[in-house]
Design a protein around this ligand. Structure first.
Ligand code: GUN
Ligand code: ZN
Length: 438
């Protein structure tokens, strides 16, 4: 069947604005059509709304898919994840620096082999689509081919993806270290080959301050400032041992963030993963530059890194994105990320509403990554990346949702109980790319 033009009937939910942190979402922050219709044409959303209201204008001669009883939402976005760590997820008993040395670096060495990179890139994207993630910002390894493998696989699936080659010229095994400037030359070759091609974008990827020399960070900053359409991803203040190490390695910097500021790495397309051990001054500096911090709750709990202070970031007007950080994180699913974020919030007396959670996974993450002109909402002209959720995916989910009296309650129960079984279909670029039962 040709679904390049088609109609899907079902409940529709999409955010237009940040709903805020109150139990009741801000007025006009979302649209919900209980009996809605989504009209797709050529990979984009052509029109949507209440089925009855739109019915007279809907074409008769294109396929109609009946998803009544199911909920259609924008595809989930993961602002920080390592595809090369997929197969070492759930590695026991270490915190950050030991975890990197004992498990992560040896795993990333395997990406010297092209067949390995090709195989894991395919497996990772299959898994993302299975859990309803249609866009991610992705760390590859330091091997340039690991990026080629990833982008090839993403392009074949017509996915909107950001990725980059890890820059790392010190404090890592020899097999993984690049040359200070050679790493940037490789990045520039990858930018020329992939950035802006189809739905792909390049994110410069210095791993974190300890594994790059000042010269390499400066060189990355120069490339970034030379082309404002590029993204940047790195790690910041995840673990207290890491923070102390950075202070020793960069005694001239005022604090951890200062290391990145001095190399011009902080801007509106910069994502800093974790940002747990920050003070309010650093949060404000990040906010002023329009950067975002990626909250990676399942990783922060798994690696024992700490409890992210969401409220402090909100007060500083610092954009928060939501991320799995697999293989530090324990689950690729956006539901799992929200569940862990809620649990972290409870321990800090900062409860995460389901409104804020689902906004965060969709439009919030799209905004943080400057992709909100294309994805993150169900709206005319937007790229057709969306999910069909099965609200009766398990007997318990069905039973629990039947007791809900409001959409807010329903979304909260879904946020707590939902998992990959609720992802009935995943569509990207107007094509159905995953069907749970096939
Ligand atoms: N800091 C530097 N590298 C990494 C990594 O691969 N994962 C996490 N969670 N933190 C890091
Ligand atoms: Zn990470």
């Amino acid at each position: 069947l040709d679904f390049s033009h088609c109609l899907l009937r079902g409940a529709l939910l999409s955010f237009d604005q940040d709903p805020g942190d109150a139990d009741t979402p801000a007025t006009d922050s979302y649209r919900y059509h209980e009996d809605g219709v989504l009209w797709l044409a050529n990979g984009r959303i052509r029109e949507l709304g209440d089925y009855q209201a739109l019915a007279p204008r809907l074409p008769e001669d294109i396929p109609r898919i009946d998803h009544r009883g199911k909920l259609i939402m924008p595809g989930f976005i993961d602002s920080h994840v390592h595809y090369v760590q997929l197969e070492m997820i759930a590695s026991y008993g270490r915190q950050l620096i030991d975890w990197l040395n004992d498990y992560t670096f040896p795993e990333e060495c395997r990406f010297a082999q092209r067949e390995h990179a090709d195989r894991v890139a395919e497996a990772f994207l299959d898994e993302l689509l299975r859990v309803g993630t249609t866009t991610a910002q992705v760390f590859c390894s330091s091997h340039p081919y690991s990026v080629d493998a990833f982008f090839q696989a993403a392009r074949r699936r017509e996915l909107r993806m950001l990725a980059g080659k890890v820059l790392m010229d010190r404090n890592a095994p020899e097999e993984l270290r690049d040359d200070t400037l050679g790493g940037l030359e490789d990045s520039e070759r990858l930018i020329a080959d992939w950035h802006g091609k189809d739905r792909l974008g390049y994110s410069l990827t210095p791993r974190f301050a300890p594994t790059s020399t000042r010269a390499q960070l400066d060189a990355a900053g120069a490339v970034l400032r030379n082309d404002r359409s590029l993204w940047l991803q790195t790690h910041l203040a995840e673990n207290t041992g890491e923070v102390e190490w950075v202070a020793e390695l960069f005694p001239e910097s005022r604090d951890y963030l200062g290391v990145y500021e001095q190399s011009n790495l902080v801007g509106p397309r910069s994502t800093f993963a974790h940002g747990i051990h920050l003070d309010q001054n650093m949060r404000k500096r990040l906010a002023e530059r329009g950067a975002n911090v990626a909250f990676c709750p399942s990783s922060n709990l798994f690696l024992g890194s700490g409890l992210f202070d969401r409220q402090a970031s909100r007060e500083a007007k610092l954009a928060i994105s939501y991320a799995s950080d697999v293989g530090g994180g324990t689950d690729l699913s956006g539901f799992a990320t929200l569940k862990a974020a809620y649990q972290v919030g409870q321990l800090r007396d900062q409860s995460l509403t389901a409104w804020q959670g689902f906004y965060g996974l969709t439009l919030g993450n799209a905004r943080a990554l400057s992709l909100d002109d294309r994805i993150g909402r169900l709206a005319p002209g937007m790229e057709a990346d969306f999910l069909v959720l099965d609200l009766a995916a398990t007997p318990l989910l069905e039973q629990r949702l039947a007791r809900c009296q409001s959409l807010g309650e329903t979304l909260f129960a879904l946020m707590m109980l939902g998992d990959d079984r609720a992802i009935y279909e995943t569509w990207a670029n107007g094509r159905r790319q995953h069907h749970r039962d096939r």
